[in-house]
Design a protein around this ligand. Sequence first.
Ligand SMILES: [Zn+2]
Length: 111
Amino acid sequence: MCLCHTTGVAESLFILAATRSDVTLRSTPTTLDCAACGDTVTDTGYLPATESDDGYEPSPADAVCGACGFTAVGMTGCAPELGDVTDPEAADTLLCVRATDDGVEVVRSKT
Ligand SMILES: [Zn+2]
């Protein structure tokens, strides 16, 4: 799970927008490197993506790890917004992902 501890309107909307199980990545990165600290994402992280008809096209170059998302990129202790991670023009969705042995698994999406 994400380290999404915060409660409130924004987080509730985040959860509502994210409760969808049809998230398909057009290409699944096997590993993600954090754009903020450079470390490989080994637990949870955030991956910007562009939605298209047949799934999401991820932008691994702009991914951030969970720790940086909560400290360096987003507001401290709060999940980052898409605009915090990347240029809003470059992606339209922020995916909360988890690194697994098989690659990256999408936990939630936020449009
Ligand atoms: Zn990081």
